[in-house]
Design a protein around this ligand. Structure first.
Ligand code: SF4
Ligand code: SF4
Length: 365
């Protein structure tokens, strides 16, 4: 749970906001806040995960620092969200490591890449890494089928299990029942809000990001990352179907569905992650929280390197660099999936759960 001091501080700020209510049109947080008179740790965790960090309320606030009330909603909510990712994930050791930010992300990536390179060296020798492999099933001549598929499946299932268990605990702790989780209307509302990133539009003119000027750039860059990630997942799924159902293992022609989907997704991910890293570097640190910034940067860098190595592999797959590039790309994919439940990616799960709860509450109000 968040520390007593953090809960007390967040509750203090919510009491001021509840009396003021100037920001009620900006996002889902303020209408949800207005349904409450007092704020428990669970209420605050729920409200914090409804926040999209658009920062509109910070720059609009007449009580923000240097005012003595020192209201800074995005910052206190970012602290609470960082605690949510810690409290609802396991094992604690891995969660704690990743919260050290870029350094831990870098160490996990380096270890993953080294492990795959070592595996290839042990199974096939250095020649496999440094010679060209072409034709059907060329990738399996570098990393054999079982060594590629089984660890990937185990890591992906473990990550999904951690995220699902965290989401269920978060849902229960914020007062939800199983029946409510299956509320069709609320699911539809929350899904539409999530897929359009509605609350990254702030009050309509966009986020106050990277500074107090209004801008839609963060929303569009998030769209690139989100839909780029989905396209890459679709590419992997189609490739798996080609391999296992049609007996056609990778690599595939440039105009095949897996390559077109994967390339489009990869380019969108590179553009989106680079754009978000630039915005983050230029952003005002006053409404930001140090741990959350470190987690954001680590996640974006791992995602960027995964996409870049995937695109490089596609461009150089018929050259002698293919073996080494495949091993490096698989190592980055492993690092991405190992770290998913402990870092910034977790916000997708907890924010979606909070959006469902928000839709249920507003329908009842
Ligand atoms: S953030 Fe400031 S302006 Fe907005 S509701 Fe709270 S106290 Fe009022
Ligand atoms: S930062 Fe944006 S999303 Fe978060 S509470 Fe303020 S207005 Fe709402």
């Amino acid at each position: 749970m968040p520390s007593a001091e953090l809960v007390q501080e967040a509750a203090r700020q919510m009491v001021i906001c509840n009396a003021c209510r100037y920001c009620e049109g900006y996002c889902a947080v303020f209408p949800a806040m207005e349904l409450r008179r007092a704020f428990s740790a669970q209420d605050l965790s729920y409200l914090a995960n409804l926040c999209f960090d658009c920062r509109d309320c910070y720059y609009a606030c007449q009580y923000a620092p240097p005012h003595e009330f020192a209201v800074n909603v995005p910052r206190v909510f970012a602290e609470l969200r960082a605690d949510t990712y810690r409290d609802y994930s396991w094992p604690r050791l891995l969660a704690g490591l990743y919260r050290r930010g870029g350094l831990a992300g870098g160490v996990i990536s380096a270890v993953s890449v080294a492990a795959v390179l070592l595996l290839v060296l042990v199974l096939g020798g250095p020649g496999v890494l440094l010679s060209a492999h072409v034709g059907q099933a060329a990738f399996y001549r570098v990393v054999p089928y079982a060594a590629m598929v089984l660890p990937a499946l185990a890591i992906a299932l473990f990550g999904l299990a951690v995220l699902l268990a965290g989401a269920i605990r978060f849902w229960r702790d914020t007062g939800g029942s199983l029946r409510e989780m299956l509320d069709g209307r609320a699911l539809l509302r929350a899904t539409a809000d999530a897929f359009t990133l509605r609350y990254l539009a702030g009050g309509g003119a966009g986020c106050n990001y990277p500074d107090e000027g209004f801008s839609q750039s963060r929303r569009w860059l998030h769209h690139l990352v989100f839909y780029g990630f989905l396209l890459d997942l679709a590419a992997t799924t189609v490739a798996a179907a080609y391999d296992h159902l049609l007996g056609r293992p990778a690599p595939y022609p440039l105009l095949s569905a897996p390559v077109v989907l994967g390339t489009l997704g990869g380019v969108m991910l590179v553009a989106g992650t680079v754009g978000l890293l630039v915005l983050k570097r230029r952003s005002d640190p006053a409404p930001a929280e140090r741990r959350m910034v470190a987690m954001d940067v680590a996640f974006l860098l791992v995602l960027l390197l995964t996409s870049l190595t995937g695109l490089l592999l596609l461009a150089l797959r018929e050259t002698g660099a293919m073996g080494a590039l495949l091993a490096i790309h698989l190592g980055m994919v492993a690092a991405l999936f190992v770290t998913l439940p402990y870092g910034k990616f977790a916000h997708l799960v907890y924010r979606y759960a909070a959006l469902i709860r928000g839709a249920i509450e507003q329908a009842r109000a």
